[in-house]
Design a protein around this ligand. Structure first.
Ligand code: AR6
Length: 169
């Protein structure tokens, strides 16, 4: 059985096998959680990211965690919100699914996600959380090697939403 839970805090501080980064298609850093992860991991992360040649929206790539307590970083690229008519929901679900698939390939047992796409990319918070939880639950129906999935919420609003949704399921 995989444990799904939410916490409130800074994802760069978590001692898990992998944290997920809400990156952009260049994988070369940015603001928000991406900026925080690059600052905390150190410049060797950017060197490794340069070798990856980017990542399409909805997909995921893995690197080392360098100076982070987390051993590895899974970089996923969320969709930019354009009103909901540009496959945003499908692409966001794909971020969670592909991140977990990459985690399984790399024998990762504990993984923490930020609220992908809900910052700079503007995805509305409640549907984003519903999609995230549904995608993770769906993935875990056929895969039991991951032991813990943590939704790491930075904002009060997201923490309240995840608490409510996870208590319901
Ligand atoms: N720990 C956990 N969550 C955090 C942290 C942190 N240290 N800092 C911010 N968040 P965003 P996006 C939350 O904007 O919407 C970047 O420039 C934040 O409150 O980081 O997917 C990339 O390079 C929000 O809930 O990512 C891309 O260009 C969540 O992380 C673009 O932003 C995601 O917000 C991606 O936009």
């Amino acid at each position: 059985m995989t444990t799904l839970r939410c916490i409130q805090g800074d994802i760069t501080k978590l001692e898990v096998d992998a944290i997920v980064n809400a990156a952009n298609t260049s994988l070369l850093g940015g603001g928000g959680v991406d900026g925080a992860i690059h600052r905390a991991a150190g410049s060797r992360l950017l060197e490794e990211c340069r070798l990856l040649g980017g990542c399409p929206t909805g997909d995921a790539r893995i690197t080392g965690g360098y100076n982070l307590p987390a051993r590895q970083i899974i970089h996923t690229v969320g969709p930019i919100w354009h009103g909901g008519t540009h496959d945003e929901a499908k692409l966001l679900a794909s971020c969670y699914r592909r991140s977990l698939a990459v985690a399984v390939e790399n024998h990762i047992k504990s993984i923490a996600f930020p609220c992908v796409s809900t910052g700079v990319y503007g995805f509305p918070h409640l549907p984003a959380a519903e999609i995230a939880i549904a995608a993770v639950n769906d993935f875990l129906k056929s895969e039991s090697s991951v032991e813990a999935v943590i939704f790491c919420c930075f904002l009060d609003e997201d923490f309240l939403i995840y608490q409510k949704l996870l208590n319901q399921s």
